[in-house]
Write a protein that binds this ligand. Structure first.
Ligand code: ATP
Length: 283
């Protein structure tokens, strides 16, 4: 049996962390959405017992248990005592280590595929809970729809579907270490977001107000190392984006525009100093 699933990139419309848990993990308060920039994950389920094999078209990615898609398959295999060999093929379109949750989305796609192929009957909530050990973004990616995400990343409350806005996603040639940025968080200095107001405006389909409450508290931390992220963001606003901000710990910056022509203008305006630019719609 061969099943293919789309694994879309995630964007943080808002990203805040109210505190650290006693075990050092972060408590999150985020509004996340998915964009139509996606990897394609194909799982072949063999009839005979065998191993999990992962292949990708990216030379940077691990093909063993370090691959998040491998880990996802392993969790369900162990939990449900399945022994069939699995071959996972990943066609990468989402830039790697970019703050766009590519690995997490690939893992979530594997979970959805195996849940359905093996008829496991797990709800999305159960899949999300099982997936938290892989990465804090995987539970959201299991749903892949506009949602308020809290706790360690496993509490997902879906928000009403939004109209199809255009989004320009740009990744400069910078490598950001997520753990390094998260270690820098100083809770006495964070300027917290008003996520409840963002959620209220999204629930009222008041996009204009919603844009005022979007934000990412990690931006100043990453921008301290990479001021070019701020320059890109400022340029996107200057070119007419409704919102421009960093996703996750960066380095990707996305601009949301309410018309395609505005998005094209942003894309053209930044293409001179950023080569990895995608223009897609929000899902
Ligand atoms: P995070 O902020 O959670 O580190 P990210 O969204 O910035 O993630 P990813 O593209 O998910 O970026 O890559 C993060 C790390 O995960 C990379 O070091 C990469 O080698 C590893 N990784 C493992 N499996 C995958 C995969 N299937 N796709 C992308 N990266 C993967």
């Amino acid at each position: 049996m061969l099943i293919t699933e789309k694994a879309p990139a995630k964007l943080n419309l808002s990203l805040d962390t109210p505190r650290r848990y006693f075990d050092g993990m972060l408590k999150w308060d985020m509004v996340m959405v998915s964009a139509d920039l996606a990897d394609y994950v194909t799982v072949e389920i063999h009839d005979q017992p065998g191993e999990i094999k992962v292949y990708t078209d990216s030379s940077f990615l691990p093909n063993d248990q370090r691959n998040l898609a491998f880990q996802a398959a392993n969790i369900l295999r162990n939990r449900f005592h399945r022994r069939e060999g699995l071959t996972i093929n990943i066609k990468k379109n989402i830039p790697v280590a970019a703050g766009l949750g590519g690995g997490s989305s690939d893992a979530a796609a594997v979970l959805r595929i195996l849940n359905s192929a093996w008829d496991l009957g797990l709800s999305l909530e159960e899949l999300a809970r099982l997936s938290l050990s892989i990465d804090s973004d995987v539970p959201y990616c299991v749903y892949g729809k506009l949602a308020h995400v809290t706790e360690h990343g496993e509490k997902i409350e879906l928000l009403p579907h939004q109209p199809h806005y255009w989004v320009v996603i740009a990744k400069q040639q910078i490598s950001v270490s997520t753990p390094q940025i998260l270690r820098q968080i100083d809770y006495t200095k964070i300027k917290h977001l008003e996520n409840e107001k963002l959620i209220e405006s999204l629930e009222n389909s008041d996009w204009q107000t919603a844009t005022k409450y979007m934000g990412n508290v990690l931006e100043p931390l990453t921008m301290r190392y990479y001021p070019e992220i701020k320059r890109l963001k400022d340029k996107m606003i200057e070119l007419g984006a409704d919102v421009a901000q960093m996703s996750g710990t960066g380095p990707s910056v996305f601009a949301i525009c309410h018309t395609e022509s505005r998005a094209r203008r942003v894309q053209n305006g930044i293409s001179g100093f950023c080569r990895n630019v995608n223009i897609v719609t929000l899902l």
